[in-house]
Design a protein around this ligand. Sequence first.
Ligand code: AMP
Length: 218
Amino acid sequence: MSQRVVILLGPPGAGKGTQATRLGAALGLAHVSTGDLFRENLSKGTALGQKARGYMDAGQLVPDQLVLDMLFDRVSKSDCSKGYLLDGFPRTIPQAEALEKSLKAGGAQVCVLNLRVPDALLLERITGRRTCKSCGNAHHLKYSAPKVEGRCDKCGGELVQRSDDSAEVFGKRLQVYREQTQPLEAFYEARGLVRSVDGARNPDQVFQDLQSFAKEAA
Ligand code: AMP
């Protein structure tokens, strides 16, 4: 059986992380988030984390080669052998080309799910987001408030605002998304791989659509 690769596209705050955790479990695919991998490297103080920090804090993209080395190392692990779900990758055309080249050799089956959300809602989602320092689980002050203030419902860890989730850095991240990542829609549309989903609805409805599109594409 060929390897399955599901790519989640969408601007910051579209709900990629929330949906990817659920969708990965439902489809039996490893959830690979390049943002999470960079944050893990940052918290462990690795050389890669040090290199990525400045770009992340400024809302800029980490240079392609650093991302690609990290990503290909991650997807070579045994939990990705049947397939994986990509969250936050690719974010540039060169990243998409590198992925395509590596997947062609193995004849992987690729499906791209694009989450569409209006800008005003993105800002509200990002600035209200609080992330668990221990397990990475995300809450929202208004839409998914924790049961105990400041504490993660899943593990009880401390909830903090990611340094790049301020309104200022969000503006930069959205600009970078429009300039460097949105062109990927056309890249994948030209290959007939994209299904777009209205990501402004409640998470359960969004999940149902993502799941049925991913299953249809299989
Ligand atoms: P995320 O958690 O996906 O919002 O990613 C957080 C930050 O990590 C981004 O704003 C970038 O600085 C960096 N990053 C994550 N994935 C990539 C990628 N595929 N290419 C370049 N930078 C990335």
